[in-house]
Design a protein around this ligand. Sequence first.
Ligand code: RFL
Length: 398
Amino acid sequence: MQNSNSTKTQVGIIGAGPAGLLLARILQLNGIESVILERRSRAYVLDRVRAGVLEQGSVDTLIQYGAGERLLRESLPHESFQLRWDGRSHEVPVVDADGRRLTTYGQAKIVEDLILLREADGLPIVFEAEVKHIEGLHDQPSIIYVQNENGVKKTLHCDYVAGCDGFLGASRAHIPDADKKSFLKEYPFAWFGILAEAPPKDEIRGFAHSRRGMAVASARSSTVSRHYLQVDPDFDMGTMTDEQIWDELDRRFDDGSGIKMNRGPIIEKSVARLRGFVCEAVQYGKLFLAGDACHIVPPSGAKGLNLAVGDVRVLAETLQRLIKKNDDSLVGRYTELLLRRIWPTVHWSCSMSEALHMFPGQTEFETRMQYNMLNSWANTATGQAYFRNAMLGLPFEI
Ligand code: RFL
């Protein structure tokens, strides 16, 4: 059944984000074939700037599947996390008794590492291939896609479909009750993110609650910084000069010490709305969702990518048992296994959002409540343990 418009594989993966690429890698190392279909161009996927904070479980997974070489060389470990409010900064330790910690390593690098590994092995990623429709989910699935260069419809026949196509992807709509089982919370603000060629400053890290709005200071490497400002949802990036952006970051991080951020050329800017979203219908017939296709967490918990890694571990094990052992024991548990990690993680990310941002019309009482929450996480033994465990993430359990 092979011609230029029709191909066959064992697992058809929609989306070359971290979820789709990692799934393909784990399947490959377990002797299972897959084809990745990706709507965007290779250059676009490689350039996309997003997540940067990895849980220990995500780091260990990437190393376990041979994608850790550059990560081990270039990543930055975190011993503690900084929280600021009311003009004072507080350090919260985030290393646990087993040595688990957070690590900074950009999502763009993870994606690049996984793409290069796959290409080096001569395995297929079809870029500029937009999936339009999936058929035969109870029998022999076919993924219908269009290649942008010529608009010709093509078909990928497969035994199973992995919907790793993000929040705006095509796969979720193929689950009949996905809408009824979807839950959304939209926050009344957005994050204006900048990537700058400026060395991160050790004294200014983490999250700042400020009456001007929340701010985030983070690193992507020893020479590149990633910072965010809370802005209105309809914020226009053109209304702030680079100098105004740096001034605003300094104001929101001001703790009276006089220490300012390192400034440098801003090489990327983006605005992202904050929302929490969970689709509790993550499997239908031979279609399995993973990653942002079935959940969005507000970025204040730095969890989206980490949650995707957890989903993919479950999906890879489910598919291995199906394909290698003819064992469908995890299919019926797939939803439960994913939701067990999704809801607590969404809850944590939303709690962080609610403690750190200034909401429209917020009263002084509400601000004091936020200070109290932050103080509990930073300065009480039980709060610190809760914060550390939430930041380090849930274990992978099947
Ligand atoms: P992705 O990365 O969105 O990849 C989905 C891929 O599917 C493709 N696609 C299609 N391909 C073919 N046909 C179609 N019809 C298709 N529709 C879509 C898309 O082009 C894309 O390539 O989802 P995935 O793989 O599930 O990965 C999820 C992560 O990308 C996401 O959770 C994180 O980036 C979230 N996130 C963060 N997570 C963290 O863990 N730590 C962070 O610090 C962090 N910061 C962020 C973030 C997300 C942000 N966004 C999305 C606005 C900061 C930002 C600004």
